[in-house]
Design a protein around this ligand. Structure first.
Ligand code: ZN
Length: 317
């Protein structure tokens, strides 16, 4: 297990407790022996990237001999002497014979322990990649799974393809009056707001993407851009890079009305009140409301790095 220095608290989906044992991915004899071992466990993932969990707090894993699902076999890794595989089902009907409560990563993330959330996040990321990268990008031939699920190889030209991770930046911006910038996407219900985010473009640094996205979305300049933490966001293939930055120049917000419907500067007290209001009502509650508390009534869910950036800022005041 590689120890990673992390800020406290570690983002929900960045938690992990297994060793990825990459050197075993090409060891066919070891892989087969591990699959035959009574101690090994298997995470079956449906074609919709859902896993079985009756309790909602831990994954219901199977022994390899119990797995009768048509899908790709993936080596996830090892923890405390036990080997973990995933089987990624090909079709929606491929897992209907398996009873249980099927739940998605977003639903399970906060309640799962470090080992389970790390296994599931990895399996979901691989499921989404395999489903979307079935053909060789060079010649169009159907590719074949290799290295225990960690590459796809083109049988025509021999090219190797690795699971994609698309970097995105997400940033908490503050102003000279110690307020933070929150904005609402036109896709969200009124009252729900979050920090700004956007994809890193080709040939661009993450810091440059922070400054560009803020300029494009709300028309202000930022400086003092500092990296905070990252979190995998396998929906389908992002890595969220969390930053803080400070507004420079004129802080007047000019939402682009394309990606941003409205934006504002909020004090810690206002943000804290919205967090408590929204959390009491949950995801669905945030979609109602009388508007009594204005444009900010709810924050993003606890599992998001957006929420962690906001919570850290509230706590730092
Ligand atoms: Zn090819």
């Amino acid at each position: 297990m590689v120890e990673v220095q992390q800020p406290v608290p570690v983002p929900v989906l960045s938690r992990s407790a297994h060793d990825r044992i990459a050197h075993r991915r090409t060891d066919a004899h070891w892989l087969e022996a591990a699959w035959q071992s009574a101690s090994s466990l298997v995470l079956v993932l449906s074609a919709a990237a859902e896993a079985r969990s009756a309790s909602g707090t831990m994954l219901d894993l199977l022994h390899p001999a119990e797995v009768d699902v048509d899908g790709d076999r993936i080596l996830l890794g090892e923890a405390e002497g036990r080997v973990y595989f995933a089987v990624l089902a090909y079709t929606e009907t491929g897992t209907t014979s398996l009873p249980g409560n099927w739940r998605g990563l977003r639903e399970l993330a906060v309640q799962l322990g470090d080992l389970d959330v790390g296994l599931l996040t990895t399996a979901v990321a691989l499921q989404h990649w395999h489903q979307r990268h079935t053909h060789c990008p060079r010649c169009g031939t159907v590719t074949e799974l290799a290295q225990a699920g960690w590459t796809r190889v083109c049988p025509h030209d021999g090219s190797e393809h690795f699971p994609r991770t698309d970097p995105a930046v997400i940033m908490l911006i503050t102003d000279g009056q110690d307020r933070c910038l929150l904005a609402r996407s036109p896709l969200w219900p009124e009252g729900r707001m979050s920090v700004l985010a956007g994809f890193v473009e080709a040939g661009e640094s993450a810091e440059a993407a922070v400054a560009r996205e803020v300029g494009e979305e709300v028309g202000i300049s930022v400086g003092d851009i500092r990296y905070v933490a990252s979190q995998p966001h396998p929906f389908p293939s992002s890595l969220m890079l969390g930053y803080t930055a400070h507004a420079t120049g004129d802080p007047t917000l000019q939402p682009d009305h394309d990606e941003i419907a409205e934006a504002g500067w909020f004090t810690r007290d206002e943000v804290r009140a919205a967090r408590d209001w929204g959390d009491e009502r949950g995801e669905e509650g945030s979609q109602e409301g009388s508007g009594a508390q204005g444009m900010l009534r709810a924050l993003p869910p606890t599992m998001s790095i957006a929420r962690q950036l906001i919570d850290s800022w509230i706590a730092s005041g």
